[in-house]
Design a protein around this ligand. Structure first.
Ligand code: IMP
Length: 500
């Protein structure tokens, strides 16, 4: 006879936190949100620790190099999506590792033979008004000049005018030498009243441009997540099909941690992938999942996983439960797997971090997930709303939206994520939808609000660290009627769009 689970499958909205005593030292600015990313032995430190317990989802519509740079600068980490050719994914990883705060690779460039018309088109296409002039029009060609808005007058100048006739030529430019620090670059900018400083190497090839306007934003990022060489940390998603080619390419590109991406990770394919990686690249760090119970957890830990990702069917764009009837309420899944993780720690002295993946719809869900035993959270919808996600910003019914599509949607066609091992590979049916999410602006601004809420909630729970929260939080189930009580009720809410 089939096995029936005693538990009801529950999700975050069915729980609340009960406050504990808040003491004088329990204030938001003393809350430490650091969390282990990979397994470690009792008494030792994990090889990588996140400064905020957040990672961005392994999805085309969420995690490219731009998102990875901004999230790592703010203390979290992205897993660059794997549903793309190996060389493209490796290139994204390399871009993150090569990123130097304030040093921007010039991606709008022309040759001296281009025309003003070409410059105007390039400006419209890229949004950049500072344009490099190099011998071959590439980002790193020999620098011949620079064009800014002050070099031409669109209303007066002939569009067929050659770049060589109106650019500021190299001989009249101030440049910086490759290898100078951001502080030194900023001094040159200030001393020479520049808006942009091209950085060149010993062959006069353009390496970067440093912009005056970026000065403030690069001054400090106290939570920046970087390695011993001050390079940002970055992760990358892999699958159980092409890992023999993909893993070495990603490691060569500098990926710090990998994660096998699958909607159902309790499979022999994940075990084989983990064993292969651990045998051939013993220093590689690799997470596995997704699972939703003790059995799945134990299986992947046994196979060598460095962290375990938990969650099936809870993602905002996910229709796996409707399509296949598999999954588990995200809260119940975390609670059970965290129990298994704690038992494993008791038995072996090895702590396996858990990543709660999907289904975070409110900021307070984050604290619940962390209190229930997750070490960090993987989110797609949350990050998809920001400027830094790779998708288009579109006006829909008078409001700006960002595109957000599931890896199991026909748009992403990431069949490897849903692979059941058959010979005839390919996406047989969709497990995700193609959607919009409300545009929310810059990641940094939104994160500041979210982390403010998370810290305030933790203070209410009497905790200034995540391990303390996990150990001492008091959590209660809520009835359907008390959920109604939790929102504004029995009042007529004023329309905030009018002054009435
Ligand atoms: P969200 O944060 O609720 O939007 O969930 C993001 C998570 O949903 C990802 O990290 C994946 O685990 C999962 N996911 C991504 N694409 C799909 C899909 O097409 N179907 C089902 N789950 C998906």
């Amino acid at each position: 006879m089939a096995h029936f689970s005693e538990d009801i499958s529950r999700t975050f909205s069915e729980y609340l936190l009960i406050p504990s005593l808040t003491t004088k030292d329990c204030v938001p600015h003393s809350v430490d949100l650091s969390a282990p990313l990979v397994k470690y032995k009792k008494g030792e430190l994990p090889q990588i620790k996140l400064n905020i317990p957040m990672v961005s989802a392994i999805m085309q519509s969420v995690s490219n190099d731009g998102m990875a740079i901004e999230l790592a600068r703010n203390g979290g980490l992205s897993f660059i999506y794997g549903s793309q050719p190996i060389d493209k994914q490796a290139e994204m990883v390399a871009k993150v590792k090569k990123y130097k705060a304030g040093f921007v690779v010039s991606d709008a460039n022309v040759t001296i033979d281009h025309t003003l018309q070409d410059v105007m088109e390039l400006k419209a296409r890229t949004g950049h008004s500072t344009i490099g002039v190099t011998h071959d029009g590439s980002s790193h060609g020999k620098l011949l000049g620079i064009i800014s808005g002050r070099d031409y007058r669109p209303s007066k100048d002939d569009p067929s005018k050659k770049v060589s006739e109106f650019m500021t030529p190299y001989e009249q430019m101030v440049t910086g030498s490759f290898g100078i620090t951001l502080n030194e670059a900023n001094d040159i900018i200030w001393n020479n009243k520049l808006n942009a400083l091209p950085i060149i190497d010993e062959n006069r090839c353009l390496k970067y441009i440093v912009f005056r306007k970026d000065y403030d934003s690069h001054k400090e990022n106290p939570l920046e997540l970087s390695d011993a060489n001050k390079r940002l940390y970055v992760g990358a998603g892999i699958n159980t099909r092409d890992y023999k080619d993909r893993v070495p390419a990603l490691l060569d590109a500098g990926a710090d941690v990998l994660c096998i991406d699958s909607s159902d990770g309790f499979s022999i394919w994940q075990k084989e992938t983990l064993e292969y990686i651990k045998a051939n690249y013993p220093n590689a760090l690799v997470g596995a999942g997704n699972v939703v119970d003790k059995e799945g957890f134990d299986y992947l830990v046994q196979a060598g996983a460095d962290f375990i990702k938990v969650g099936i069917g809870g993602g905002s764009i996910c229709i796996t439960r409707e399509q296949k009837g598999i999954g588990r309420g995200q809260a119940t899944a975390i609670i059970e797997v965290a129990k298994a993780r704690n038992e494993y720690y008791e038995k072996t002295g090895i702590y396996i971090p858990l990543c709660s993946d999907g289904g975070i719809a409110q900021d307070y869900h984050m604290v619940l997930a962390l209190a229930m035993g997750a070490d960090f959270l993987m989110m797609g919808r949350y990050f998809a709303r920001f400027d830094e996600s790779p998708t288009r910003k579109i006006m829909v019914n008078g409001n700006y939206m960002k595109e957000y599509w599931g890896e199991g949607s026909a748009r992403a066609r990431n069949w490897q994520r849903y692979d059941m091992g058959s010979e005839n590979s390919g996406l047989k049916f969709e497990e995700g939808v193609d959607s919009f999410v409300p545009y929310a602006g810059k990641l940094k601004d939104n994160l500041a609000v979210t982390l403010g809420k998370v810290k305030a909630t933790m203070c209410s729970c009497g905790s200034t660290s995540l391990p303390h929260l996990m150990e001492h939080a008091k959590i209660t189930l809520v009835s359907a009627t008390s959920i109604v009580e939790g929102g504004a009720h029995d009042v007529i809410v004023r329309d905030t769009n009018t002054n009435s």
